[in-house]
Design a protein around this ligand. Sequence first.
Ligand code: ACO
Ligand code: ZN
Length: 226
Amino acid sequence: AEADDQLIIDAGQKQFGAATCGSCGMIYSADSLEDNLQHTQFHQRFLDSIKFVGWKKERVVAEFWDGKIILVLPDDPKYAVKKAEDVRRLADNELGFQQMSLSCPSQAKTYLFVNSERMVIGCLIAENIRQGFRVLEQPEQTKDMTKEDFMEHHRAWCCSTTPEKALCGVSRIWVFSLARRKGIATRMLDTVRTSFMYGCHLTKEEIAFSDPTPDGKLFATKYCET
Ligand code: ACO
Ligand code: ZN
Protein backbone atom coordinates (compact mmCIF):
# COMPACT_ATOMS: atom_id res chain seq x y z
CA ALA A 1 0.00 0.00 0.00
CA GLU A 2 2.84 2.35 0.86
CA ALA A 3 4.47 1.80 -2.50
CA ASP A 4 1.20 2.49 -4.30
CA ASP A 5 0.68 5.74 -2.46
CA GLN A 6 4.18 6.84 -3.37
CA LEU A 7 3.51 6.15 -7.03
CA ILE A 8 0.34 8.19 -7.02
CA ILE A 9 2.07 11.13 -5.40
CA ASP A 10 4.89 11.03 -7.90
CA ALA A 11 2.52 10.78 -10.85
CA GLY A 12 0.52 13.69 -9.48
CA GLN A 13 3.53 15.90 -9.14
CA LYS A 14 4.73 15.03 -12.59
CA GLN A 15 1.39 15.86 -14.08
CA PHE A 16 1.26 19.11 -12.19
CA GLY A 17 4.77 19.55 -13.44
CA ALA A 18 5.97 22.44 -11.32
CA ALA A 19 9.73 22.72 -11.70
CA THR A 20 12.20 25.29 -10.44
CA CYS A 21 15.15 26.05 -12.66
CA GLY A 22 18.32 25.66 -10.63
CA SER A 23 20.08 28.53 -12.43
CA CYS A 24 17.51 31.26 -13.00
CA GLY A 25 15.03 30.27 -10.28
CA MET A 26 11.97 30.45 -12.53
CA ILE A 27 9.10 28.22 -11.48
CA TYR A 28 7.30 26.79 -14.46
CA SER A 29 5.37 23.78 -15.65
CA ALA A 30 7.84 21.50 -17.40
CA ASP A 31 4.99 19.77 -19.23
CA SER A 32 3.68 22.90 -20.86
CA LEU A 33 5.18 23.81 -24.20
CA GLU A 34 4.33 27.45 -23.65
CA ASP A 35 5.92 27.47 -20.18
CA ASN A 36 9.05 25.82 -21.53
CA LEU A 37 9.35 28.43 -24.23
CA GLN A 38 8.77 31.23 -21.75
CA HIS A 39 11.44 29.78 -19.49
CA THR A 40 13.96 29.49 -22.32
CA GLN A 41 13.40 33.14 -23.17
CA PHE A 42 13.60 34.32 -19.58
CA HIS A 43 16.55 32.13 -18.61
CA GLN A 44 19.22 33.64 -20.86
CA ARG A 45 18.04 37.21 -20.45
CA PHE A 46 18.09 36.82 -16.68
CA LEU A 47 21.54 35.27 -16.53
CA ASP A 48 22.91 37.96 -18.88
CA SER A 49 21.43 40.68 -16.70
CA ILE A 50 22.99 39.41 -13.49
CA LYS A 51 26.34 38.48 -15.03
CA PHE A 52 29.11 40.66 -13.64
CA VAL A 53 32.28 40.79 -15.71
CA GLY A 54 34.25 43.02 -13.36
CA TRP A 55 35.12 46.67 -13.87
CA LYS A 56 38.36 48.58 -14.01
CA LYS A 57 37.08 50.83 -11.23
CA GLU A 58 34.74 49.27 -8.73
CA ARG A 59 33.49 51.16 -5.70
CA VAL A 60 33.64 48.24 -3.29
CA VAL A 61 31.92 49.27 -0.05
CA ALA A 62 31.90 45.89 1.70
CA GLU A 63 33.57 42.51 1.31
CA PHE A 64 32.46 39.12 2.58
CA TRP A 65 33.60 35.54 2.27
CA ASP A 66 30.86 34.87 -0.26
CA GLY A 67 30.85 38.12 -2.19
CA LYS A 68 31.13 41.90 -2.15
CA ILE A 69 28.94 44.97 -2.34
CA ILE A 70 29.55 47.55 -5.05
CA LEU A 71 28.08 51.04 -4.99
CA VAL A 72 27.01 52.59 -8.30
CA LEU A 73 26.33 56.33 -8.53
CA PRO A 74 24.40 58.13 -11.30
CA ASP A 75 27.55 59.77 -12.73
CA ASP A 76 29.54 56.54 -12.97
CA PRO A 77 30.70 55.14 -16.34
CA LYS A 78 27.95 54.00 -18.68
CA TYR A 79 28.67 50.27 -18.24
CA ALA A 80 28.22 50.55 -14.49
CA VAL A 81 25.00 52.56 -14.70
CA LYS A 82 23.69 50.14 -17.32
CA LYS A 83 24.34 47.11 -15.14
CA ALA A 84 22.56 48.80 -12.24
CA GLU A 85 19.61 49.53 -14.53
CA ASP A 86 19.50 45.99 -15.91
CA VAL A 87 19.31 44.55 -12.41
CA ARG A 88 16.75 47.13 -11.30
CA ARG A 89 14.59 46.11 -14.25
CA LEU A 90 14.70 42.48 -13.11
CA ALA A 91 13.65 43.52 -9.64
CA ASP A 92 10.86 45.72 -11.02
CA ASN A 93 9.65 42.84 -13.14
CA GLU A 94 9.38 40.66 -10.11
CA LEU A 95 7.67 43.37 -8.09
CA GLY A 96 5.10 43.69 -10.87
CA PHE A 97 2.60 46.47 -10.43
CA GLN A 98 3.95 47.38 -7.04
CA GLN A 99 6.89 49.10 -8.63
CA MET A 100 7.49 52.71 -7.79
CA SER A 101 9.29 55.34 -9.74
CA LEU A 102 12.36 56.86 -8.17
CA SER A 103 11.70 60.21 -6.56
CA CYS A 104 14.97 61.61 -7.81
CA PRO A 105 16.88 59.28 -10.17
CA SER A 106 19.84 61.65 -10.41
CA GLN A 107 20.61 61.10 -6.73
CA ALA A 108 19.79 57.44 -6.32
CA LYS A 109 22.52 55.19 -4.99
CA THR A 110 22.49 51.60 -6.18
CA TYR A 111 24.09 48.85 -4.12
CA LEU A 112 24.85 45.59 -5.93
CA PHE A 113 25.75 42.39 -4.12
CA VAL A 114 28.10 40.38 -6.35
CA ASN A 115 28.73 36.77 -5.33
CA SER A 116 31.87 34.70 -5.83
CA GLU A 117 30.45 33.30 -9.08
CA ARG A 118 30.38 36.84 -10.45
CA MET A 119 26.64 37.22 -10.42
CA VAL A 120 24.69 40.17 -9.09
CA ILE A 121 22.37 38.44 -6.63
CA GLY A 122 21.20 41.50 -4.71
CA CYS A 123 20.19 45.05 -5.48
CA LEU A 124 19.23 47.94 -3.21
CA ILE A 125 18.34 51.46 -4.30
CA ALA A 126 18.64 54.16 -1.67
CA GLU A 127 17.56 57.77 -1.97
CA ASN A 128 17.75 60.89 0.14
CA ILE A 129 14.50 61.68 1.85
CA ARG A 130 13.92 64.41 4.36
CA GLN A 131 12.32 64.13 7.73
CA GLY A 132 10.11 67.14 7.21
CA PHE A 133 8.32 65.50 4.33
CA ARG A 134 5.89 63.62 6.51
CA VAL A 135 4.91 66.63 8.51
CA LEU A 136 4.26 68.75 5.45
CA GLU A 137 2.34 66.13 3.57
CA GLN A 138 -0.98 67.70 4.42
CA PRO A 139 -3.48 68.63 1.71
CA GLU A 140 -4.01 72.26 2.82
CA GLN A 141 -0.35 73.04 2.68
CA THR A 142 0.48 71.34 -0.57
CA LYS A 143 -2.60 72.40 -2.50
CA ASP A 144 -1.85 74.69 -5.45
CA MET A 145 1.85 74.25 -4.96
CA THR A 146 4.14 73.05 -7.70
CA LYS A 147 6.62 70.38 -6.76
CA GLU A 148 9.39 73.00 -6.74
CA ASP A 149 7.41 75.25 -4.44
CA PHE A 150 6.77 72.34 -2.18
CA MET A 151 10.42 71.41 -1.95
CA GLU A 152 11.42 75.02 -1.37
CA HIS A 153 8.77 75.52 1.27
CA HIS A 154 9.76 72.33 2.95
CA ARG A 155 13.42 73.21 3.05
CA ALA A 156 12.78 76.61 4.54
CA TRP A 157 10.48 75.21 7.14
CA CYS A 158 12.81 72.44 8.04
CA CYS A 159 15.77 74.71 8.52
CA SER A 160 13.92 77.19 10.64
CA THR A 161 12.56 74.77 13.19
CA THR A 162 14.62 71.61 13.48
CA PRO A 163 18.13 70.87 12.35
CA GLU A 164 17.80 69.39 8.89
CA LYS A 165 18.19 65.70 9.27
CA ALA A 166 18.50 63.55 6.19
CA LEU A 167 16.94 60.15 6.12
CA CYS A 168 17.61 57.32 3.78
CA GLY A 169 14.75 55.89 1.78
CA VAL A 170 15.01 52.37 0.42
CA SER A 171 12.88 52.42 -2.71
CA ARG A 172 13.85 48.95 -3.83
CA ILE A 173 15.42 45.90 -2.29
CA TRP A 174 15.69 42.65 -4.19
CA VAL A 175 17.58 39.40 -3.72
CA PHE A 176 17.77 36.61 -6.33
CA SER A 177 15.16 34.00 -5.41
CA LEU A 178 17.73 31.19 -5.10
CA ALA A 179 19.90 33.27 -2.75
CA ARG A 180 17.31 34.37 -0.20
CA ARG A 181 17.46 33.87 3.56
CA LYS A 182 21.25 34.03 3.58
CA GLY A 183 21.49 37.50 5.02
CA ILE A 184 22.14 39.22 1.68
CA ALA A 185 19.47 41.89 2.23
CA THR A 186 20.61 42.36 5.83
CA ARG A 187 24.21 42.90 4.74
CA MET A 188 23.18 45.31 1.99
CA LEU A 189 21.22 47.41 4.50
CA ASP A 190 24.02 47.33 7.07
CA THR A 191 26.32 48.60 4.33
CA VAL A 192 23.90 51.36 3.34
CA ARG A 193 23.86 52.58 6.92
CA THR A 194 27.64 53.00 7.04
CA SER A 195 28.18 54.30 3.50
CA PHE A 196 25.10 56.27 2.44
CA MET A 197 26.12 59.51 4.13
CA TYR A 198 29.78 60.32 4.30
CA GLY A 199 31.14 60.14 7.83
CA CYS A 200 27.82 59.21 9.34
CA HIS A 201 26.45 55.93 10.64
CA LEU A 202 22.69 55.89 10.15
CA THR A 203 20.52 54.23 12.77
CA LYS A 204 17.81 51.75 11.81
CA GLU A 205 15.23 54.43 12.56
CA GLU A 206 16.77 56.69 9.96
CA ILE A 207 16.05 54.19 7.21
CA ALA A 208 12.59 54.05 5.64
CA PHE A 209 11.17 51.53 3.22
CA SER A 210 8.88 52.79 0.51
CA ASP A 211 5.70 50.85 -0.04
CA PRO A 212 6.98 47.41 0.98
CA THR A 213 5.72 44.11 -0.41
CA PRO A 214 4.71 41.28 1.98
CA ASP A 215 8.26 39.88 1.71
CA GLY A 216 9.64 43.35 2.22
CA LYS A 217 7.51 43.91 5.32
CA LEU A 218 8.59 40.62 6.90
CA PHE A 219 12.20 41.46 6.24
CA ALA A 220 11.96 45.09 7.37
CA THR A 221 10.15 44.21 10.59
CA LYS A 222 12.79 41.65 11.43
CA TYR A 223 15.65 43.95 10.47
CA CYS A 224 14.39 46.89 12.49
CA GLU A 225 13.74 44.97 15.69
CA THR A 226 17.14 43.30 15.81
N1 ACO B 1 9.42 35.55 5.18
C1 ACO B 1 9.64 35.65 6.51
N2 ACO B 1 10.70 36.28 7.05
C2 ACO B 1 11.60 36.83 6.21
C3 ACO B 1 11.44 36.76 4.80
C4 ACO B 1 10.29 36.08 4.30
N3 ACO B 1 10.07 35.96 2.98
N4 ACO B 1 12.49 37.37 4.22
C5 ACO B 1 13.27 37.83 5.22
N5 ACO B 1 12.74 37.51 6.43
C6 ACO B 1 13.28 37.84 7.77
C7 ACO B 1 13.83 36.60 8.44
O1 ACO B 1 13.66 36.73 9.83
C8 ACO B 1 15.29 36.64 8.06
O2 ACO B 1 16.13 35.97 8.98
P1 ACO B 1 16.22 34.35 8.96
O3 ACO B 1 16.44 33.93 7.53
O4 ACO B 1 17.39 34.06 9.84
O5 ACO B 1 14.93 33.84 9.50
C9 ACO B 1 15.60 38.12 8.11
O6 ACO B 1 14.38 38.75 7.65
C10 ACO B 1 16.78 38.52 7.24
O7 ACO B 1 16.56 38.12 5.90
P2 ACO B 1 17.68 38.19 4.76
O8 ACO B 1 18.24 36.84 4.51
O9 ACO B 1 18.66 39.25 5.08
O10 ACO B 1 16.76 38.65 3.51
P3 ACO B 1 16.89 38.18 2.00
O11 ACO B 1 18.31 38.30 1.56
O12 ACO B 1 16.26 36.86 1.84
O13 ACO B 1 16.04 39.30 1.22
C11 ACO B 1 13.98 40.27 0.41
C12 ACO B 1 14.74 39.68 1.62
C13 ACO B 1 14.81 41.40 -0.19
C14 ACO B 1 12.65 40.85 0.86
C15 ACO B 1 13.76 39.13 -0.62
O14 ACO B 1 12.85 38.21 -0.09
C16 ACO B 1 13.24 39.59 -1.99
O15 ACO B 1 13.99 40.04 -2.83
N6 ACO B 1 11.91 39.45 -2.24
C17 ACO B 1 11.29 39.77 -3.53
C18 ACO B 1 11.33 41.24 -3.82
C19 ACO B 1 10.66 42.06 -2.73
O16 ACO B 1 9.54 41.82 -2.36
N7 ACO B 1 11.40 43.05 -2.21
C20 ACO B 1 10.91 43.98 -1.21
C21 ACO B 1 10.17 45.05 -1.90
S1 ACO B 1 9.82 46.41 -0.83
C22 ACO B 1 10.94 47.60 -1.28
O17 ACO B 1 11.66 47.40 -2.23
C23 ACO B 1 11.02 48.88 -0.51
ZN1 ZN C 1 16.23 28.85 -15.99
